[in-house]
Design a protein around this ligand. Structure first.
Ligand code: UD1
Length: 417
């Protein structure tokens, strides 16, 4: 059973090229189904979630081929329309495949995903979007959903919450719909623009991504293309968290610093200095780490929920009391209980974590989820002695090599089998 071993580490230094974005590449892989031919994606991260998505694409009839970091999908022979229950259980975001499968097969079937470790994750907005675009839905045995549509019809959509996944679902359906679609209160996360950039390269007509109102004129067909996946802003934030805890100075390459707007400010408030230039970002912490009186996660361009556990780990070493409020997912504080095992002074009250910075001691902990696992590694860098992190499967979902990345930046981190 693989686990991470992290030792207390002094100032970091070094340069690291950030991996391609998990949350960008998954919808891009879903979009490859929209072309009955080949699509090549560059800078594809070699992570478990990509493997699960590939497994589903293979079951649907696609072929794939890796060449270094480039991945080519051939969706010429799609012949299945069911997303297997076991795979949707492993990766809930696979629900965005509904629209592309419907486009190719006129029908699709999926089991509604249940709750998961970071809270209830309903798909009602996905279903609203599909129905509004002309899809007929039938339920069998409560959570088995059968969807059917000969074609999509353009419509005016208003999302009750700017859900990232539901916005992607709407885009993936609307690009080939008859007529015009307007998505109001659309998510503005950079991953939405990444998907739109790829689809425009395939011939789609999309404007307004990043504005909250996306306008799409449906086209008859899309074409073979190649596209590069942007950097993973959450992996970049993981590196910022590491330097915040250890001090020192690190440089990240291949990143778009503008995607980190909501993240940079809180790290600066805590005492980090951050500079960016073209596609590099340098972060340093020389002085004392300071608490943040109040920070709330919110949709982009706000502070991302995916960085909440990471910053909570950093706050565990900061001088003073910090408060973090979770504004997106209920119950995403499971990492706090693991940090408590390391001696962190944290209490959870409803949707808030109150953290008094202090001294942590390395011990055995269990990754509760993907980002929580990375947060425990960050805490381990500042804790006395050795921290052993089990539940590596969660971490492998989104990091190509978390220990290797921290090691390259000067940290004492290793993956053990
Ligand atoms: C994506 C990211 C995830 C990130 C999240 C929020 C991927 C693969 N995952 O997840 O890492 O934490 O955005 O930035 O890109 N909701 C509903 N009904 C729906 C859909 C969502 O109520 O049909 C709610 C969710 O329960 C949650 C909120 O909306 O409370 C945000 O979810 P959403 O933006 O959809 O997140 P995901 O796309 O699942």
């Amino acid at each position: 059973m693989a686990y991470l071993e992290i030792r207390q580490t002094g100032p970091l230094s070094g340069t690291y090229r950030v991996q391609g974005s998990k949350n960008a590449v998954l919808p891009m892989l879903a979009a490859t189904l929209l072309v009955p031919g080949k699509t090549t994606l560059h800078r594809v991260p070699k992570i478990k979630d990509v493997n699960v998505m590939l497994e589903i694409l293979h079951l649907l009839g696609c072929c794939s081929c890796w060449e270094g970091e480039a991945l080519t999908i051939d969706a010429g022979n799609v012949n299945n329309w069911v997303i297997p229950e076991e795979l949707i259980g492993q990766m809930r975001s696979s629900v965005i495949l509904l629209a592309p499968i419907l486009y190719r097969m006129k029908k699709a079937a999926v089991v509604e995903p249940g709750g998961c470790s970071i809270g209830r994750r309903p798909i009602d907005i996905h279903l609203y979007v599909l129905q509004a675009l002309g899809v007929k839905l039938h339920y069998e045995w409560e959570e088995h959903i059968f969807a059917q549509a000969d074609y999509f019809c353009g419509a005016h959509l208003f999302l009750k919450f700017p859900s990232v996944g539901a916005t992607e679902q709407a885009i993936l359906a609307a690009v080939t719909a008859n007529g015009m679609t307007v998505i109001d209160n659309a998510a503005r996360e950079p991953e939405i623009s990444e998907l739109c950039r790829m689809l425009r390269g395939m011939g789609a007509k999309i404007t307004g991504d990043q504005t909250g109102r996306i306008v799409i004129e449906g086209v008859k067909e899309l074409f073979e293309s190649t596209c590069e996946v942007g950097a993973d802003r959450i992996v970049a934030a993981t590196c910022l968290s590491a330097v915040a805890v250890c001090s020192g100075e690190i440089t990240l390459t291949g990143v778009d610093a503008s995607h980190l707007n909501g993240v940079i400010e809180p790290f600066e408030k805590m005492g980090c200095k951050i500079w960016s230039d073209k596609d590099t970002l340098t972060a340093a912490r020389m002085d004392k780490l300071m608490a943040i009186p109040y920070l709330k996660t919110s949709p982009y361009p706000g502070f991302p929920t995916d960085v909440q556990s990471l910053i909570m780990a950093v706050m565990s070493f900061a001088d003073g009391q910090s408060v973090v409020e979770e504004g997106i997912f209920e119950g995403r504080f499971r990492t706090a209980y693991q940090l408590q095992k390391m001696g962190a002074a944290i209490i959870i009250e409803n949707n808030q974590a109150i953290i008094w910075g202090g001294h942590l001691i390395g011990t055995k902990v269990e990754a509760p989820d993907l980002r929580g696992g990375a947060a425990l590694a960050i805490a381990g860098l500042g804790a006395d002695g050795v921290t052993t992190i089990f539940g590596y499967d969660h971490i492998a979902r989104g990091y190509e090599d978390l220990a290797g990345m921290l090691f390259m930046l000067g940290a004492q981190a290793a993956l053990r089998e």
